[in-house]
Design a protein around this ligand. Structure first.
Ligand code: AMP
Length: 114
């Protein structure tokens, strides 16, 4: 738990969130400002600020986060497809420095992304 980290506070139950999945290592909850009909954030419970901070020992955790995204996508009925996004660093639009994967679905998506 990193003091001052909003996602650590959600994990600790200090800030409410609409959880859609939880296990020992991973939490998934709905984004407070959804950018699509389904917008879920998947986070490790460990405080890892960005993709740049990942260590080799966390490879399995990241794999599990991606597989969990697929489980949640199925739960949400996103058969038509979905997009997974991880912003790394302010230049890419990262605002919360606790690693997260956005799961977006329920509308068409353009490419390249904005
Ligand atoms: P990023 O810009 O990639 O760091 O994404 C951060 C995301 O966290 C944004 O989509 C915010 O809407 C979302 N967010 C911030 N605070 C909360 C919160 N308390 N509950 C749910 N989502 C949040």
């Amino acid at each position: 738990m990193e003091s001052g980290c909003i996602f650590c506070k959600i994990i600790a139950g200090e800030i409410p969130a609409e959880k859609v999945y939880e296990d020992d290592e991973i939490l998934a909850f709905r984004d407070i400002q959804p950018a699509a009909p389904t917008h879920v954030l998947l986070i490790p419970k460990a405080h890892i600020p960005t993709v740049d901070d990942l260590e080799a020992g966390q490879d399995e955790l990241i794999g599990r986060i991606l597989r969990t995204a697929a489980v949640v996508a199925r739960q949400e009925g996103l058969e038509a497809g979905y997009r997974l996004v991880t912003n790394c660093g302010r230049g890419a639009g990262q605002e919360v420095f606790h690693l997260h994967v956005h799961l977006l679905g329920g509308r068409p998506f353009g490419w390249p992304p904005g």
